[in-house]
Ligand binder design. Structure first.
Ligand SMILES: NC(=O)c1ccc[n+]([C@@H]2O[C@H](COP(=O)([O-])OP(=O)(O)OC[C@H]3O[C@@H](n4cnc5c(N)ncnc54)[C@H](OP(=O)(O)O)[C@@H]3O)[C@@H](O)[C@H]2O)c1
Length: 325
């Protein structure tokens, strides 16, 4: 059996480009030992972190997928069942280590692709960032950027559910309209409005909680709009992923952080993985009740993985970016 996989052909320099990737064939041995399965990709996730964690030429691009079991010698996984797997950018995967596979949460009528987005890793990132890191309280003013994306759109909605005034920044009018539909109190296109203009209108009192997906200049500028004792959750810094020097050696804004006695906490969703099942139950309930709305940008075809991935850095996705095989 022949499978296909995307590898890093040329090391990243700046934003990812088609020339960084190569699609190659691989042989899949169909003879299975006990405990092994072969899975066929159904939906593949593309996520910004992939730009940062894959560095070696010829390395398979990493990532999670929803896959269908097509051959099995494992009693827990029957043919036809859907699973979640950290299989990388592959359309067929022989799995010898069952710990690479997780069951899909019970989603009922909902699309299994949501297990990669709002009801998967990115939705949970929003959940823990808002509820555990920031510990938002009703009446607080909450700001999130990349606000129409997979994490940001859910983060803003959870903060709204908890009674915050929610302000989102996103890169187009269409995206701002979407998050207003989701109940955000304010939505600003950061390409057209400065933070000063936006926050003097939406948060003249200052910001209590800032959920940061973007980093870089946006975050440096945000600090002066934080209230004394404000809290910042460092979720990601997509604006810096393509930079040669992601950790500038110039002075960091410690003085402002100190003067305002800010709490700045970074977090990784995988550190909460033991708690995911309980959080997912609550998230699934919210989605089913319509309290959390979602959008997916679904790109058709395994051969379009690169286009979907590059789109994250150009802002072409609304909600979770997923590739359908
Ligand atoms: N801590 C964790 O465990 C964890 C887990 C998952 C994700 N993350 C991080 O969370 C962030 C969002 O991830 P996601 O999966 O939800 O992606 P996403 O928001 O669905 O997609 C990326 C979005 O980022 C915006 N963007 C891209 N380049 C930008 C730039 N230079 N400046 C400002 N905005 C830019 C674009 O939206 P606009 O059109 O609005 O610019 C784009 O649509 C990323 O930083 C990611 O690394 C962290």
């Amino acid at each position: 059996m022949k499978g296909k996989k995307w590898i890093l052909a040329v090391k990243f320099k700046g934003e990812p480009a088609p020339s960084n990737f190569k699609l190659i064939e691989e042989d899949i041995d169909e003879n299975l030992n006990t405990g092994e399965v072969i899975c066929e990709a159904v939906y593949l996730s593309v996520d910004p972190y992939m730009r940062v964690i894959v560095n070696d030429v010829n390395e398979v691009m990493k990532g999670e997928q929803v896959a269908r079991v097509i051959k099995t010698k494992h009693s827990d996984f029957r043919v036809g069942s859907l699973v979640l797997g950290q299989f990388g950018w592959r359309n067929l995967t022989k799995v010898s280590d069952p710990s690479m596979i997780r069951p899909i949460p019970e989603l009922g009528e909902l699309s299994p692709s949501l297990a990669l987005g709002s009801l998967g890793m990115t939705g949970l990132t929003a959940y823990y960032g808002v509820l555990d890191v920031l510990k938002v309280k009703a009446g607080e003013t909450f700001v999130v950027n990349a606000a129409a994306g997979a994490v940001g759109s859910v983060a803003g909605q959870i903060a709204k559910l908890k009674g915050c005034k929610v302000i989102g920044f996103a890169g187009s009018k269409e995206k701002c309209d979407l998050i207003k539909e989701y109940g955000f109190d304010y939505a600003f296109n950061y390409k057209e409005v400065t933070l000063e203009q936006a926050l003097s209108e939406a948060a003249p009192e200052g910001v209590d909680c800032y959920f940061d997906n973007v980093g870089g200049e946006f975050t440096n500028n945000m600090l002066s709009f934080m209230k004394t004792k404000g809290r910042i959750a460092i979720c990601g810094s997509i604006s810096t992923y393509g930079m040669e020097d992601r950790q500038p050696t110039g002075s960091l804004p410690y003085l402002t952080i100190n003067r305002k006695t800010l709490t700045v906490q970074a977090f990784l969703v995988y550190h909460y993985s033991a708690e995911w099942p309980d959080a997912l139950k609550e998230m699934i309930q919210w989605v089913k009740e319509g309290k959390i709305k979602y959008r997916e940008t679904i790109t058709d075809g395994f051969d379009k993985m690169v286009d979907a991935f590059i789109g994250l850095f150009k802002g072409t996705n609304m909600g979770k970016a997923v590739v359908k095989c």
